[in-house]
Design a protein around this ligand. Sequence first.
Ligand code: SF4
Ligand code: FES
Length: 754
Amino acid sequence: MKVFINNREYTAESNETIIELCDKVGIHIPRFCYHKHLSVVASCRMCLVDIEGVNHAQPACSTPLRENMKVFTHSNKTKIAQKNSMEFLLINHPLDCPICDQGGECELQDVSLEHGDDHSTYMQLKRVVIDKDISPLISTDMTRCIHCSRCVRFGEEISNVKELGLLNRGEDMKIDVVIEGEVTSELSGNMIDLCPVGALNNKPYRYKARTWDLKQHAGISPHDCLGSNIYYHTYNNKILRAVPMENEQINQTWLSDRDRFGYEGIYSKDRAFKPMISQDGKLIECENQILLDRLNHIIINAIKNHGTENIGCLISPQSTSEELYLFQKLFKSLGIANIDHRTNERDFSYQDDYPIMPSLGININEINEFQNIFLIGVNIKSEFPILSIHLNNAVKDKTKIFSINFDMLDEDFPVFYKKIVNNKNILSLLSNDIEEINVQPNEKNLIIIGPTVSQLPNQSDVLSTINKFNESINARIGFLTDFCNNTSAWLLGNLPHRDICGKKSKIIGKNAYEMISEKLSTYILFNLEPEHDFWDSNIVESALKNSKCNIIFTSYITPMIEKYADMVIPISTFAECDGSYINIDGTFQSFSKIVEPKKDISSGWSILNNLLKYNSSDIYDIKTLRSEIKDLIKDIDIRNFKINFKNVKSKNQLEGNTFIVTRRNTYKTDSIVRRAESLNMTMQSKDNNIYISNNIANQFKDNGYIDFENNNIRYKTNEFTVKTNLPDNTIIFSTNNLNGKYTGPKSQNINIKI
Ligand code: SF4
Ligand code: FES
């Protein structure tokens, strides 16, 4: 349809509003309440524009274009209308810009400068709104609020958690928490970005810098496999805050709190700053070059003296693709086959039938095309908050969500069918009882297998049962993984049975669990924390204690590393190096160094590259390394992956009657986020509860406490919450429980002693 804006002809789509077309063609219209991802309320009246033939100026955000409509965004009528709106909005807004964190990026400040007047006719006193402490992540100055209701609509429409609401009317109108207490959703920080004034600000960033002094750097989320796009803002070589970088395919204009505040973990006091070598049982600092020579010497000697089969190389899937590529290349070139990244797993029988890499099988933004989505072993709200926005939209588009999980956590979107299972009854549920679900094979069905499944001691049986269930409903199968770069870890051959791009290894090495339980002579850990990143931290402790040499590439010194490392090589975090991740829909995303690391910290890839020099002629710079990886993966199409776990069978015997679930606490999932101070003050981080099923509680009538042994450590507690909806014999621990000590097995059958 033909329309005219400022006397110039444009083509508009039917139902397109004036503001949508103007945004598309780059014509500026001031606004406060309008946001392209929120519903239109047209309450602030800042976007008023002059329309030919209409008496009064009309809001551009809510006025649809009509054939031959003539709009004037700069006419006198428009200017006067906008000036009046501006004056009205400033009636109660304090003019405290010099002490407001929003100063320099405040929409009210900018719009007032361009469209406001230099004086006001309003002479009465301004109102004051008393502030509340609503969250450790968001600071409030509610006197500054202009009642645009963006924060309220975000909770109602995007996160689906109604945390803030508009109370009262007229002069008494104010934004307040809906339920007394904290704002706690995993997406709460988005309200900071949405607030056009300084009413909702970033609390950890408060008063740290002025926005015009900040430098902006593009980055990719290192905390989950979705790969949200982020801008990090730095001042004096320090990251002070993170904001979303728009990417309609992944995170749109949103960011999870974990991605927004997780960077704080890189400033933790226990960073590894210096290379260290153990002497007389103590770690002493040494120079980088000495370390490299020594390291090469130790590895070569270990091979000579104990054989390659006695060396275990383990790497975290939070490492960059460059690190993962060089790690396996270096150690495979030395003849070592014991290479793995699956340190959180216990059952590996499925491995030969696994696709070339884990993937969702679709693009993230295609999720709303499915009629039925089965979520198995995952809590999207806490583990993948950005995906919960996509799923919330899918539900609005009539998708039915079926949640089959080992934990009882709720989702932020409506769930059509919910079942809490254990590792035994999931098999019968998917084999027989699921018929009640009534999903037809001719519908568009999707099964998403979450990270908890990979940690089950009978993972292979569960995968095989899911596969059989899938045959009955003809679904596409996708995965969500526990770290940001599991895709690269698989694809780039950090496995004992596969080389790059799924090629079968000539020699089959030991898997991660075999490596630590069979007690090898040398362990090489890259970016892994023995206390937290293994299926069983007690077994790994015993392995490190009994080995002859432990070489640890790490960003942090943990108590176990301090105790058992023979060599510590400090490596940079994601923020201090160039790198890439491949997200769960197969998108390869690269990023550059955001801040300079301390003097003796090097990027993991450059250390591996330097080590490679000793034994190979393949030397890289970041560009050639990256293009070599890109070349390897250029023909991979996630839609062609054939998933066939039909014939896999777990080898592990399920011991005992009790099923222990270790809840993957959102803010403890990786080494960086675990150390993010502000996130550690949130309610999620403080969840130390132990939840037990009804039948276990009934056994405690007399003495009322749980007393059990977990790999030689005895736990005794009477602080637990009984949950009637848990399957019999189930106990749920939070990862930060057990007195803040080791997380213990991720999921295992354990006998309770009363
Ligand atoms: S707090 Fe901010 S986002 Fe919320 S209504 Fe007030 S001005 Fe708008
Ligand atoms: S932006 Fe149009 S009325 Fe607020």
